[in-house]
Design a protein around this ligand. Sequence first.
Ligand code: SF4
Ligand code: SF4
Length: 442
Amino acid sequence: MEKEERMFCYQCSQAARGIGCDVIGICGKNPTLARLQDNLIYSIQGMSGYLYRARRLGFAPPLPEIDDFISRAFYSMFTNVNFDAESFLELAVESGRMNLKGMRLLKVAYIERYGEPEPTKVETGIRKGRGIIVTGHGLKVLEELLKQTQGTGINVYTHSEMLPAHAYPEFKKYKHLVGNLGKSWHDQRRLFTEYPMAILGTSNCVLIPKEEYKDRLFTTGPVRLPGIKHINGYDYTPVIEKAKSLPELEEKPSEAILTTGYSRSAVLSLKDKIKELVVKGKIRHFFLVGGCDSPTGKMEYYRDFVQLLPKDTVILTLGCGKFRFNDLDIGEIEGIPRLIDLGQCNDAIVALDIATSLTEALGIPAKELPLTLVLCWMNQDAIAILWSLIALGIKNIYLGPVPPAWVNDGILEVLASRYGIKLIGDPEEDIDEMLSVERLCT
Ligand code: SF4
Ligand code: SF4
């Protein structure tokens, strides 16, 4: 059976064979409808992480528009309510609009609590002594842990998407926040086995642990792993005691120095120079390359892509997809770094603000900004962000390394014809195509 004819739904008692409807629903739901409903759930899940983290920081304003949307969206997926595929595309675009509000709320919360990030160099080596490594996105958890480890002699390291924490002024005052280890989320089994540290998992993306470090791993907040100690609230004494019980780590120099923390203000402080370089043709094109990394060889595309880009191009990045290339030194254009790390995936909102400000500085309409988005998707975050970009009318987005599995040929055709979504292919050919198309964004 072709993929596009497949579906799976077992939400009501009519489920075929008492197992699930997998070809067409007994109710009449077809595979495209089922897939669009699944997409909507994923997009709402993506937004939920941003709202959750903002609320943990005390930013919990009433959000009637989002509440109304979520109840409408979920009710639309109730059995025998809505059989109209088109309306589920509209709801998906609406989920993108809601997600913009979620990302904005989280960014405001982070900046009010921790200050606006500043470009910061981050070490990737080991300091002699005991350590705790913190993985995920939860800045509030990291802050509380840093407070509680101050003066203990324990070094705190970040992993993966926690990297941007180093760039927030409030975090810089903790001198025992010493570096970022490993690459993106899926190297954690190797990384956590290699270094005998206590480990704290704060959010997605955690993995079922290996035996080798199970007793050193703790979860907190919404994260749970079977058989792993969970900490409710923000008292991390068990993590600290575990770190104290472990042997000291030996010094290991950094293999790369990573630079992160280009906030909106940091980029806009360079806008006059950027404008001059664009006008003189010394910056030809901007790319936003990033998103969610996945453990497939096909992700090599993004490293090849960045390495192959001409030297008169500038790359903005965010999310853990950047770990595919953020160790590369791709230089500067007259003082403007060619690789500009904006932060976590929700910092897509910062990228959008920067794009808007650049069009204003350049005095051009948004559709003439020489910018191409090349995104990698893995999970719900990336889906929510994709619908946010679509909701803003941004077209010709390149997506990879594989199309989302809920997409069938019919849905892909609609995404391509209506929103200009393209799948990545060969990096060299893609770059030629991207640079030859005059109008890239609308
Ligand atoms: S809602 Fe429709 S597709 Fe889903 S289990 Fe019930 S009959 Fe099958
Ligand atoms: S950017 Fe995406 S894949 Fe990476 S850690 Fe965050 S949610 Fe997971």
